[in-house]
Ligand binder design. Sequence first.
Ligand code: ADP
Length: 782
Amino acid sequence: MRLIVVVSCIVTFVVVDVVLSTVFYIQGSGPNPFSEDLEDFNIYQSILDLWATLMVRSCLLLGAAIGILVNRTEGPCRVASLGTLVVLVSLVMLTYALTKLLIFSEIGRLMYNPWFLSLFSWTCASSVGTMVLWKLLSRTDGGAAGGERVRLDEGDEEDEDGTRGTGDKERVNSGATLGRLLYYCKKDAGLLSLAFFFLLLSAVCEAFIPYYTGKAIDGIVIHKSMEYFTKPMIVLSGLALVSSLAIGVRGGVFSLTLARLNIRLRNLLFRTLMQQEIGFFDANHTGDITSRLTSDTTQVSDLISQNLNLFLRSFVKGVGFFGFMFSMSWKLSLVTILGFPYIAVLSKLYGDYYKKLTKEVQTSLAHANKVAEETISAMKTVRSFAGEGHEAESYHARLQEVFALNKKQAVAFACFMWSTCISELALQVTILFYGGHLVVTDQMTGGALISFFIYELELGECLESISSVYTGLMQGVGAAEKVFEYIDRKPEQSLDGQEAPETFHGLVEFENVTFAYPTRPETNVLKNVSFRIQPGEVTALVGPSGSGKSSCVSLLENFYWPQHGQVLLDGRPVQMYQHGYLHSKVALVGQEPVLFARTVQKNICYGLPDAPPEVVASAARKANAHNFICGLSKGYDTGVGEKGAQLSGGQKQRVAIARALIRNPRVLILDEATSALDAESEHVVQQALDTVLQNHTVLVIAHRLSTVQRANTIVVLEDGVVMEQGCHDKLMDLKGLYYRLVQRQMLGFESNGGPPRPAIEAPPSQKEEEQEGSGDEDVPRY
Ligand code: ADP
């Protein structure tokens, strides 16, 4: 809100406060108001103290307004940080005014003085007004871009896990998050109304139970008559029956609604995740993401379901109880409500702190999960390097971090319980003390005091529930904010291309492509790369490891967008094609095929669930996989295990080739498709590839000399730059990098004394040789 508007409101408010309070005070006092009261102040007679509260309000508000006008950058934040203190001060003023009312009601004389009542009412209203104006002041933008800048700066901080800073998000209204969660329940409005109806029913019944219990006891003790006793007993039984039925239905319907919310949240989150660009998955760990998808969403719905239910029940019951209490003694009721706001402030402080801690625990748990997940998914590697002990240690260390936060949570909880118990006890002692006074002065009967006390105890329970609900809700809100952070994330690279031409030839062109990965924007891994793959031709990308071959493939697959230049398919940039269309025309067989833990059949027709079995079998035949699949225990219905672990490397690769071929792609990318295989499997897979090479535009990254030799064009990359391109003979004639790579490899075999193998391994490039001395440790391949 504009600062100037709020400051004007404050000035007006202070002027009105001064005028009204002074007029009410002067009218409600004797002939010489100020001088008399100052000389001989009497708390039972004078209302100067009520008038004086105006000083506190004016100083607070004017001081804050002047502070913000002087320091527009940091002022709003400082005012915001003093918010709780101001709420406390305002509550003290409110309490003081109510106490004064009770004191004057005892004396009787001034109680019905309209000027005193006006000053009392105005003091209450203006105390509330002070809180509201303070809040508005803390939300101003400082009148300049300054305040905004502070917020942005804080928001720019990055958490250690790379997510956006939580500095200003802490201040994001929890109410807004709750509102948003309720918005997601909109579809269940009918169910929620039903639950709310039964909640009201049960709460009303429960509120009447103590009343009729009292009547029944009266029937026994005072009237000593069965008739007086039986009637309330029948009503009591009816109430108990109806309330228990209503409680059951209410609980069930709430659980159902919240289960639906959980499913909705998970679905939405998963769908949003599926839309994110590949760079997002490079930057965020799988453990972090899955923990938001599983534990955070569950925590949201569990906490919201339990707490919303409890809150509504306690609230409705509390209102009912308070009605009964007020009808018994308004004075004692006033004393009771005096204590509530303090307990509420305490809960809020604790809730905020707990929310922060919960977020930290979640993040720290996600880190621990990440270690566990990574280790378990790479168990063979861990075992082969005897890394079990080290991994267990690092998991333990992560859990210790969680435990440190758990300890903080425990201490916070202990302090909270301690302070609420003390404040409740203080409240009860006060009620008993004041109630005793009312009984002694014949303003209340002893029986009524006992009933009142029972109601107060019940009310205390309701309030306790409400305060625990608050902290519980905050926990849920903390988890919800983390979930929404992902749900709200807009992918930096959208998949909204629309092109889907009927004819597609498969012409691939890289035009002056310069590219850096989003996680390392400062390093260009491709520099001004240009080459062209004619439809139906085979192009081989060769070069030392790390020269950018796979990065070219990633760009062609539209996983990333280049910073400069473009990758064209049939003359159109790849990102202009419809996502599904592009990947039906361009298929990739990677170095380490990733299969899903499903049947062979489902793996082959992945993304094409309606493909008939004959088509699947035909793709498998082309991939040289049909025979081995038929030999499996359940043929095409055999499960392949997690990531295809129940198949051999060669079998996995052939299933992956079948998965690519079933879409009948025009462009086939083979990214070192045979490099991870033993000679035998490589031979079988290569046979499969040789038959399919003829019918497609093929981009191949291979280390087999025969494949590279047969390619129509060979593009030689080094350090992200195209060094040479042409056919094998031309490049050999050039006697450049390609020639050297081949020569050295052949020489390498001869000096080893072995026969030349069909698969050759490239030596390090000259540059790498210079850098690393000998390339033996890391032999790069074509
Ligand atoms: P090649 O396929 O020729 O072995 P790559 O294209 O895989 O080379 O890698 C080229 C460079 O890009 C390497 O320096 C590698 O470290 C880097 N790189 C590869 N993938 C990523 C990624 N996801 N994020 C950041 N850098 C990457």
